[in-house]
Design a binder for this molecule. Structure first.
Ligand code: NAD
Length: 297
């Protein structure tokens, strides 16, 4: 079993660590929040007191941090991972960060003889708890093969997407589709009701025809149609609007960096910015149907 250090024990990181412990990996944990560390020590992890302490004896170091600036800082600061990890320690960053940042860090890591993978996830907190996450993994074949059995303790689908940065590219392209399709489904259900069409009937038709998509059949924003969807619990997240907006913004930065036009991605970013700024950052992203329907209180 591997000796793993895990940095970032929030909504996602904590259940991921629990699954590593279930597979009898030795896990050292680090977070700025002492309560998050203590909860996992009770579950069988060891506490690391500093980043350098994370590096001592670890074969693999996983980061699950809020954003690119945190990952960059933890890697490059004077007392950080690049300075203190032993040669050939495998670094796996599962945070959602910019493609360019992931590529820059992997290049700098390689110069320090540290293989680094970008391995963002989809599946949310429920997927992290059930060990059913999808990992999108960018990096070398050799690093991917080393990471695979460890990621398998936390996820169900593990895709090697190509070289460094392609894991993050897969994540933001997927979530750009998701943001756009959620708005499209929200518009369609809002229009249907105004036209006197029962939402249940639209669902019966579209879920079996060309309008079918995940945003409709697994996560329908109209209440009463998909039992597990956040729409049925007042849009309690789920996947927050703030998180969706973060990923859409990353998609737009990436699109600009390579000169690709993504007008629907841009429109989805604008609409989610508006919805977010109206006080809905912590609401599930499917709640945008309320803004489209003019039902925001
Ligand atoms: P979170 O805010 O719940 O947890 C982040 C943790 O990192 C916190 O415990 C915080 O104290 C810790 N932290 C911050 N800076 C630190 C530092 N310098 N050193 C050590 N610890 C530090 O975030 P989350 O919801 O767990 O998300 C983590 C990542 O996963 C994000 O990049 C997010 O975009 C991505 N993600 C989240 C979800 C989701 O549904 N929550 C789904 C897919 C991907």
């Amino acid at each position: 079993m591997a000796k793993i250090a895990f940095i970032g024990l929030g909504h996602m990181g904590a259940p991921m660590v629990r699954n590593l412990l279930k597979h009898e990996h030795g896990v050292k944990v680090f977070d700025l929040n002492a309560a998050a560390v203590n909860a996992l020590v009770t579950a069988g992890a060891k506490a690391a007191t500093t980043l350098a302490d994370c590096c001592a004896d670890s074969e693999v170091i996983i980061t699950m941090l809020p954003a690119g600036e945190h990952v960059h800082d933890v890697c490059t600061r004077a007392d950080g991972l690049f300075k203190h990890a032993k040669a050939n320690t495998l670094l796996i960053d599962s945070s959602s960060i910019a493609v360019d940042t992931a590529r820059l860090l992997a290049k700098q890591a390689q110069e320090m003889n540290l293989p680094m993978l970008d391995a963002p996830v989809s599946g949310g907190v429920a997927g992290a708890e059930a060990a059913t996450l999808t990992f999108m993994v960018g990096g070398t074949d050799a690093a991917f093969e080393r990471a695979k059995p460890i990621l398998a303790a936390m996820g169900k689908t593990i895709v090697h997407t190509g070289p460094s940065g392609t894991g993050q590219a897969a994540k933001i392209c997927n979530n750009m589709i998701l943001g756009v399709s959620m708005i499209a489904v929200s518009e369609a259900f809002t229009l249907a009701k105004k036209l006197g069409l029962d939402p249940q009937k639209l669902f019966e038709v579209s879920s079996n025809s060309s309008g079918q998509c995940w945003s409709m059949t697994s996560y329908c924003p109209e209440p009463g149609l998909v039992p597990k969807a956040p729409a049925n619990r007042n849009y309690e997240a789920g996947f927050t609007t703030a998180m969706m907006l973060k990923d859409l913004r990353l998609s737009q930065t990436a699109a600009q960096s390579v000169g690709v036009t993504t007008p629907l991605g841009a429109e989805a970013t604008a609409l989610y910015t508006l919805f977010n700024n109206l006080g809905n950052a912590q609401l599930d992203f499917s709640g945008i149907i309320k803004m489209i329907a003019g039902d925001l209180k």
